[in-house]
Design a protein around this ligand. Sequence first.
Ligand SMILES: [Fe+2]
Ligand SMILES: [Fe+2]
Length: 271
Amino acid sequence: MNHKKYLWCSDIHLNCIRSHVLDYFCNYINKQKAQGLIITGDISEANNVFYDLLELEQKIKIPIYYVFGNHDFYCSSIKRVRRTAASFHLTNSNCIHLGSNDVINLNQNTVLIGDDGWYDGLNGDYNNSDVQLNDFFYIDELSHLSKFERKKVLESLTQDSADRLNETLKAVIKDSKVKKIIIATHVPPFHGAAWYNDCISEPFYAPFFSNRIIGETIMNTTKEFRENDGKIQILCGHTHWSGKMYPGMNAECLTASAEYGNPRIYLTLEI
Ligand SMILES: [Fe+2]
Ligand SMILES: [Fe+2]
């Protein structure tokens, strides 16, 4: 059977790179002769993200399956950027924002689904953490809120993502041909996948480096599928530190490393 090749990268932050670096990155991708590129968020910032996606797509000419990360909403709102993604896809069919029940058939029995996801503040010690992210100033939905108002918004953003993913997962596992589900999301959906400095995120950062709601949703909904030998593989980023963890039977969660100014392919998926 001919294997198909998909490239995965995360946190490429294209707004931080010079054009020759983008060319180098695209040349590398073109040499891999892959069928598609998966990006797990933090592609750029809201003012540039669609321009950057378009430029990337024009240079690599393979489908781009992406989710947004927190940075992709900077200087705008989550709602506005997601709405623009839907119309952007109509004119650029090779740029596919995962969410809204999108199911990409990577081969006869492997599918790719995804959702932006969010951090929900439920892992670690939110109440005593004084971590301040730029997200709280540059994203409309999170600005001008008290710490406790913000927590409610974080949970609601994550729950919305979990609900969308849940619906898609339920539809996908009904299809008996599907043996493996790859799930792309930005924020690690388990505390144990929130790698930083080769360790799991400490309690003051974990609320913002992981989410609990999406991880629990994925594991609960796929329980029977996994018990019947179905496999799930979760791809995420956000912490910029690589790691792998196994949240349950037939499930793995990979976190991609990343470096500002130096976008690179983190992994080639041979499917
Ligand atoms: Fe990032
Ligand atoms: Fe991020």
